[in-house]
Ligand binder design. Structure first.
Ligand SMILES: Cc1cc2nc3c(=O)[nH]c(=O)nc-3n(C[C@H](O)[C@H](O)[C@H](O)COP(=O)(O)OP(=O)(O)OC[C@H]3O[C@@H](n4cnc5c(N)ncnc54)[C@H](O)[C@@H]3O)c2cc1C
Length: 523
């Protein structure tokens, strides 16, 4: 059912729900659609309006304004507005669903490198990863099946050499807006579901908790009318999930009296991105690299026919689809290979995980090295409130994001590049030219607009990290706040570590897992 907050009477109290999910981006929509048809009565608060595509209403998007620390301002002064969208579907409205699960080593603590680790491994998450993977109509969940990928990409990775530190890994992407815009893909399922109420133009302002701060009593919300604060209303449910993105989730808890903070004041700390050097280096090979090796690194459209019976093989469709009707019978997505450390390499090296995309020139003899890597969760990289600056509609303090990289992160980038260049040298890429200078300490980078500048990546992780004890993080293994009995977090803010994989597949897997947990708990 659809409702619109501006049509509620001022001061309305919406109650009787089992669960209220706040935010309808990747995480919130994943949860709501998983709960559609269940016995739970679910209210989904959507800040935007139905039918809105690609660009949010500017007044609403202005709520995402904020301030940035010195370092982030140097790297990307427009980061807060550019890297997220305040609308139905959230930031899925401008992504291409690049997808890959985290690696097994990403889940583990890494002695000597970092203490933080997930409270479960890849195996625990696998069933939900499979379900998340289906969101992109990505076909078989077989990222490690290199025989399959060599066949469908008409490709092979570089020939293995003794002592290789790197290996090929597979990425996928889904550019069909009917799939990657989650509000488009799941709109009808949510609208038509008897147990889901979708409330549009609904903005959470603060979370009101009982005096002992252990139980949420209600959510204080408002609509927006003509670009100004509209009618206030409240929501009461048995349980609540914040799914407002990796920055707003932390801000909303801070606006609610630092709800869920721990003794070590870790609310908002440990904020991570996937730093990126688009033009890290150029490598020239003595002779053109074989075309099937270049094919491995080339993003290609893959067309698969699903098996007729469960357990059967996927058939690879080679020729272009001429009959448009057939498009719906086939799975169509993009895939390509990257270079990444072998798992043993990653465990030996005291650095973050990383991936390298190679962009070959037309002559096949030169390639640009594009590096994305994992940063260390560090308490000094944090989200706080800027109490000097207020949002233009509700007058609440804006977010202040003080993203920092430390010396380990710098070493990770420099060593990742060194491993990559060594690997490519052994493959005949002996003439190498650094485009980005990665010498020096944590604050020394090439900044935009220079070539080879550091970029942020757009993945907001870690500010409400999952931990075994309340002393070490904000949520438990079920994404519930350690200190609040009925409040959960969906999204990448709970990631204790981020690997190099784009986060949304993992966000959706965790959200589906949380939905199943709440179904069992509240049902
Ligand atoms: C240009 C770009 C490209 C990207 N490409 C990829 C990619 O290829 N692969 C990938 O994995 N990731 C990608 N990402 C990241 C991806 O978009 C995010 O990981 C994902 O959208 C996060 O999902 P989320 O639900 O946590 O947050 P969001 O999708 O941002 O959704 C948050 C929702 O909460 C709502 N909200 C916020 N505040 C409130 C409030 N106070 N009250 C009510 N509702 C509120 C917002 O309106 C929004 O609907 C990309 C990001 C960008 C910027």
């Amino acid at each position: 059912m659809y409702l619109h907050a501006e049509q509620l009477p001022a001061g309305a109290v919406l109650s009787g729900f089992d669960l209220c999910i706040v935010g309808a981006g990747a995480a919130g929509i994943a949860m709501a659609q998983r709960l559609a048809g269940s016995a739970l009565s679910v209210l989904l608060l959507v800040s935007g309006s139905p039918g809105e595509r690609s660009r949010p209403d500017p007044a609403r998007q202005a709520l995402y304004g904020g301030t940035t620390g010195d370092f982030l301002t140097q790297v990307d002064p427009d980061f807060l507005q550019r890297s997220r969208l305040n609308m139905y579907g959230g930031t899925t409205n401008h992504f291409g669903f690049w997808a890959r699960p985290l690696d097994p080593a990403d889940f583990m603590p890494r002695p000597g490198y970092r203490a933080a680790g997930w409270l479960f491994g890849l195996e625990e998450l696998r069933p939900w990863y499979r379900a998340a993977h289906a969101f992109g109509r990505f076909g078989p969940f077989n990222y490690d099946d290199m025989d399959f990928w060599q066949r469908v990409l008409y490709a092979r990775p570089f020939p293995p050499q003794p002592g290789d530190k790197l290996q090929g890994a597979i990425m996928r992407a889904q550019y069909d807006a009917n799939l990657h815009d989650f509000q488009v893909q799941f709109r009808d399922a949510l609208k038509n579901s008897a147990n889901i109420t979708v409330l549009f133009n609904a903005h959470l302002l603060t979370i009101a908790a009982a005096e002992n701060q252990r139980q949420v009593r209600q959510l204080n919300c408002s609509s927006i009318i003509d670009g100004a604060a509209g009618k206030p209303f409240a929501v009461r449910a048995r349980a609540y999930t914040l799914a407002c993105g990796g920055i707003e989730n932390a801000r909303l808890l801070q606006l609610s009296g630092a709800l869920g903070n721990n003794r070590r004041d870790q609310l908002g700390r440990g904020f991570m991105l996937h730093p990126l050097l688009t033009n890290a280096a150029r490598v020239r090979f003595e002779r053109p690299v074989a075309s099937d090796i270049r094919n491995f690194f080339r993003e290609q459209q893959i067309r698969l026919k699903p098996p007729a019976a469960a357990g059967g093989a996927y058939e690879h469709m080679v020729t272009p689809l001429v009959n448009p009707e057939l498009v719906y019978e086939y799975l169509m997505f993009n895939a390509w290979g990257v270079l990444a450390p072998r798992q043993e390499t990653l465990l030996q090296e005291v650095i973050g995980n990383f991936r390298v995309i190679l962009y070959f020139g037309a002559d096949g003899k030169s390639a640009i090295v594009n590096l994305n890597w994992e940063q260390l969760p560090d308490d000094s990289s944090r989200i706080t409130l800027d109490r000097e600056r207020r949002d233009p509609i509700f007058g609440q303090p804006v977010a202040h994001v003080d993203w920092r990289l430390n010396d380990v992160d710098k070493r990770s980038a420099a060593r990742a590049l060194e491993l990559t260049l060594n690997y490519l040298r052994r493959q005949g890429g002996a003439r190498q030219e650094m485009i980005t200078d990665v010498s020096g300490g944590a604050r020394r980078w090439t900044f935009p607009p220079a070539a080879g500048a550091l970029e942020t990546g757009d993945h907001h992780m870690g500010a409400l990290r999952m931990s075994a004890s309340a002393a070490d993080g904000i949520v438990d293994s079920n994404a519930r706040l350690h200190t609040v009995e009925n409040l959960y977090i969906a999204g990448s803010a709970i990631f204790p570590t981020g690997g190099y994989a784009n986060p949304t597949l993992t966000i959706v897997a965790l959200s589906l897992r949380l939905a199943d947990h709440l179904k069992a708990l509240l049902g």
